[in-house]
Design a binder for this molecule. Structure first.
Ligand code: URA
Length: 302
């Protein structure tokens, strides 16, 4: 379609988005989270004249206490979308009768795999090739938990078989151990990625997505009943401990969950792979120490 060219006065005003922003700001201003001092520390008052939304701050702050008590009085609301807890049948633990018995696909974990495959409690599942549950002996003493399957794991339906997994295997070899003693899984069971050309670039799962997957990890823990857990990275640590974990400062330490299980937190191997050469050697040596600690008998819970 061809028509007459536009005139200069047809262009939207330069601040056309401002009204939208102001409306948005007023709606996201949460009276229950108001921290005026912190707000002023982050953005001193002398700069407020540069902020179009600053004109609302006094009014919104003045009404914050009243709005907050109104929120408390009105009670909790029903979430728009409830996460369905899918029943997984036959989840009573099945253990090997002898060490020589193969541990591939114990029925309970097979049921879990099937249930996870069809999980659509968050949007990741519909884009991934398939769900990737854990693998290893159902009576493993140590359960190793990563973040989520990567590109290769998604294609092969096996956890930790890509570059991060290879580094993990290399470390186990150095420690004289093998992954056949370990139950290895992830906090999130589907691969989250962003397509870039022909490549699928890893994207970290959101808190909501990790929360939607929590039930599957809980089922795995209930089935395997490990003596201890090793969290590789922040997502795994948060899913296992139910709180934000600062991995750099909390790595190498045992924590106790409310069910009494001990969790050792350490770096994710992918974080090591991203490190520049000079930082890598020290971090890798420390990581090996953490892994050794987890592979040895975990301390008795306090
Ligand atoms: N990173 C993870 O956290 N898990 C995998 O399975 C692979 C890479």
């Amino acid at each position: 379609h061809f028509g007459p060219g536009a005139q200069r006065h047809d262009a939207p005003p330069a601040d056309a988005g401002e009204q939208l922003w102001l409306t948005y700001y007023q709606h996201i201003f949460n009276p229950a989270r108001l921290k005026l001092k912190m707000m002023q520390k982050e953005m001193p008052r002398r700069y407020w004249h540069n902020l179009p939304e600053a004109k609302f701050i006094s009014e919104l702050s003045a009404s914050a206490a009243e709005r907050q008590s109104h929120m408390i009085d009105s009670g909790s609301s029903t979430p728009l979308r409830r996460i369905q807890i899918a029943p997984v049948s036959g989840l009573a633990a099945t253990r090997r009768k002898s060490a020589s018995e193969p541990h591939a696909h114990p029925p309970t974990l097979a049921a879990l795999n099937a249930a996870t495959e069809s999980c659509r409690n968050c949007p990741i599942g519909q884009h991934a090739t398939q769900a990737v549950c854990g693998e290893g002996p159902v009576d493993a003493r140590l359960m190793v938990v990563g973040e989520q399957p990567g590109d290769q794991e998604d294609l092969k339906r096996r956890p930790f078989v890509g570059p991060a997994g290879q580094l993990f295997d290399q470390a186990l070899l150095q420690l004289g151990r093998s992954r056949s003693d370990l139950y290895i899984t992830n906090a999130v069971k589907h691969f989250k990625f962003e397509p870039r050309g022909k490549r699928r670039m890893h994207k970290s799962p959101s808190q909501h997505e990790a929360a939607a997957c929590q039930q599957w990890l809980d089922h795995e823990i209930a089935t395997v009943k490990p003596a201890a857990l090793l969290a590789l990275g922040a997502t795994a640590a948060a899913s296992l401990l139910g709180r934000h974990v600062a991995v750099m400062s909390e790595s190498g330490q045992w924590f106790t969950r409310h069910d009494g299980l001990r969790v050792l937190v350490t770096l994710h191997p992918a974080a090591l792979l991203r490190m520049p050469g000079h930082a890598y050697a020290t971090a890798y040596a420390r990581w090996l120490q953490d892994l050794r600690l987890a592979l040895d008998r975990p301390p008795i819970a306090n």
